[in-house]
Design a binder for this molecule. Structure first.
Ligand code: R5P
Length: 293
């Protein structure tokens, strides 16, 4: 797809939101991590400085754009890189925040996914992200934009759990469950989900043949945990044995973890696109595969 390694030097620059992925990429690509200084002024404004001489170097910046302060940090890193006269800039965004507002659902709304894409693209030759909420948001970038997926890595983790079935929480996500089921070698199906509003979803009962079976649910995002909690409750009603909930991006907003545990799930799994206590699956190998293609 693209060549990233030229003959000269290259640096990886990590934002504070994505240090473990940047370290993994640095080790695997055998490329140094640039030394940076990031601090806050007393009024909380951010200061960024790149200590290495990166003039004419090829640069990979790694930073998740969630929560909001990490977006500003990314813009400052990109600016520092441009001001230092670096060569080609690749921006890796493990979790692309604001992607869910990808259209004007109601008159007068901002299209957040487009705003971010336009701003990030200003100081980047190409962008890489992971499991964007919808693939078409890549078209918002005015620069080259690519995505990779965490599904095979999550499936490899779930394979150790003796699953009988993988479920998508809604029909639109069925392909994700199908791909995982092919790696795990188990059945797949989907649940009937209707979104009422940003915080409320309804999971309609549907016979799923899960009685006494180990089930994994796979989604792109867990935010409030509402979707997963309702799915778990339905699976418990249908007498599933063990229930594993997994996602690429674990936002775990509000009381999400409490909600998932009290609904009766056996394990919560996410990747490290957003670093948290449930980041059990590393995303760097999937990013690396895309970079090396
Ligand atoms: C929706 O389309 C997404 O794929 C997720 O299902 C959703 O973002 C999960 O949100 P929550 O955890 O708040 O139910």
């Amino acid at each position: 797809m693209f060549t990233i390694l030229k003959k000269g030097r290259m640096y990886i620059i990590s934002g504070t939101a994505s240090e473990s992925i940047a370290r993994d990429l640095s080790k695997k690509l055998k490329v140094p991590l640039a030394k940076t200084i990031t601090k806050r002024f007393p009024d909380q404004e951010l200061y960024v400085r790149i200590m290495d001489d990166i003039e004419n170097e090829e640069i990979i910046i790694v930073q998740t754009t969630y929560p909001d302060p990490n977006i500003i940090e990314l813009f400052l890193i990109q600016n520092a890189v441009v001001e230092a006269d670096a060569d080609k800039i690749t921006t890796v965004i493990p979790y692309y925040g604001y992607a869910r507002q990808d259209t004007m659902f109601k008159k007068g709304e901002a299209i957040s996914a487009k705003v971010l894409a336009e701003l990030i693209g200003l100081n980047s030759d190409r962008v890489i992200t992971v499991d964007p909420h919808k693939e078409y948001i890549l078209d918002f970038f005015k620069t080259e934009a690519y995505s990779c997926t965490a599904v095979p890595s999550i499936a490899k983790y779930l394979k150790k759990k003796n699953l009988d079935m993988v479920l998508a929480p809604d029909k639109g996500a069925l392909n994700r469950a199908k791909t995982a089921s092919e790696i795990i070698n188990c059945d797949f199906d989907y649940m009937e989900k209707t979104r009422i509003d940003g915080e409320t979803v309804e999971i309609k009962p549907k016979n799923l043949d899960v009685e006494n079976k180990n089930v994994g649910i796979i989604d792109d995002i867990i935010s409030t945990g509402g979707t997963m909690a309702k799915s778990i409750k339905e699976l418990r009603k249908q007498k599933a044995k063990k229930i594993f909930v997994s996602c690429t991006h674990g936002l775990f907003a509000d009381q999400a973890i409490k909600k998932l545990n009290s609904s009766g799930c056996d394990e919560i799994i996410s990747t490290d696109t957003i670093e948290n206590d449930y980041s059990k699956v590393e995303i760097a190998p999937a990013i690396l595969e895309l970079i090396k293609q």
